[in-house]
Design a protein around this ligand. Structure first.
Ligand code: AFP
Length: 364
């Protein structure tokens, strides 16, 4: 008797029936998204075997280097999802404006925001990358959406997920009732349920941050990281490990599996930018997934899913992962904003590095 395996399509259809919201449009849209992720996985896996893209690297609307594979992945998602009749518009990291569904296709009642290839700076060195997506309901009667129709807080997302193109290709999704992971079985070409009901451990032994930005961090973040580095000898009384893959999907996936904290906080490196990560198609979908898995997601000063966006490519600070760790860092921000925690703001400290181990801290 062959082992009964639940495919992504079956899981999503049954989930909607169980929730009493048998929504064929949403099921159809998510099936198109999963198909797009399979095509992106195939394009990414070809690497140097693929046709050398003619276009030289450009820069995208973010002013960041846009690799040809970014454009390929973006086109795959657009072409796979535009014709099904479930969407009326899309927003992508790789496109400056809202993408409206062409006139030859029926328009539906959902909006899709996505990062077609997150972590693409890793692609040339064969490291894990991924695709992140967020689904919103379009306001009733809207068939020609403008940017304003996407500017809704993340708590209104209908579904969110990401594909992670690593040693295995996986698809992680939430429809608002838990987080579930599917592994691509390449023979039949189906995502199969392998990680039902994923849960983030509340405590952590790992943190992820780009330590090269240390001199630009705010004091609460410097305090948190320094305390982790002090390990057993410091106030945390335990040792920590550090990771930085420079691919948010990989960091979040690791946290879903074994807990931890991911930080891309506000920093003074580019004061005009409140953060590096984009709200609509990075922070919001990941925040929904993390919260649905029992974790937390904050800017340090507010819950990410409560932010009302003011632009489709808006950036925000991101601190997410194990709930206890996020709550600790929020407390540190609150203390700092009340002026209670200035030890990391003194000129003395600013001349010392977190990582030379000679930082001197006033007694608390
Ligand atoms: P790219 O998609 O441009 O590689 O950016 C990836 C990312 O948005 C996120 O996935 C990483 O966590 C973060 O940027 C890495 O930023 P640094 O390159 O500054 O470490």
């Amino acid at each position: 008797m062959p082992q009964r395996r639940t495919t992504f399509s079956q899981f999503v259809a049954e989930d909607r029936r169980r929730s009493g919201a048998a929504d064929a449009d949403l099921v159809g849209l998510l099936n198109d998204v999963q198909r797009a992720c399979k095509f992106v996985a195939a394009a990414v896996s070809r690497g140097g075997l693929g046709a050398r893209p003619a276009a030289a690297a450009a820069t995208n609307v973010q002013g960041e280097q846009q690799k040809p594979i970014d454009v390929v992945a973006n086109d795959i998602v657009i072409k796979t999802c535009e014709w099904g009749g479930q969407l009326c518009g899309m927003v992508s990291e790789e496109m400056a404006e809202v993408y409206r569904i062409p006139g030859e296709y029926p328009r539906g009642r959902y909006l899709l925001a996505f990062d077609p290839l997150d972590g693409s700076s890793n692609i040339d060195v064969n490291m894990t990358v991924g695709t992140i997506f967020s689904v919103l309901s379009a306001p009733p009667g809207v068939s020609e959406p403008g940017p304003e129709h996407f500017l809704r807080p993340g708590r209104e997302q209908v579904a969110a997920g990401f594909a992670v193109y690593g040693p295995t290709t996986m698809l992680i999704i939430t429809l608002g009732a838990g987080v579930h992971g599917f592994t691509l079985d390449r023979e039949p070409g189906a995502f199969v349920l392998t990680h039902p009901d994923m849960h983030i451990p509340e405590t952590a032994q790992e943190f992820a941050i780009n330590a090269s930005n240390e001199r630009f961090w705010e004091a609460p973040v410097r305090r948190y990281v320094e305390e982790c580095i002090q390990g057993k000898a410091g106030p945390r009384g335990q040792d920590f490990n550090m990771r930085w893959i420079a691919s948010m999907v990989a960091e979040v996936h690791r946290i879903l599996i074994r807990g931890g904290l991911f930080m891309y906080p506000r920093d003074t490196k580019e004061p005009a930018k409140p953060g590096r990560l984009r709200l609509l198609y990075e922070a919001n979908p990941m925040a929904m997934i993390v919260e649905q898995a029992g974790g937390a997601a904050s800017t340090g000063r507010e819950r990410i899913l409560d932010i009302v966006p003011d632009a489709i490519h808006q950036r925000v600070p991101v601190i997410l992962g194990s709930k206890d760790e996020v709550q600790r860092l929020v407390r540190y921000h609150q203390a700092f904003d009340r002026g209670e925690d200035l030890v990391f703001h003194t000129p003395l400290f600013n001349t010392r590095s977190l990582f030379r181990g000679d930082a001197v801290f006033a007694p608390r």
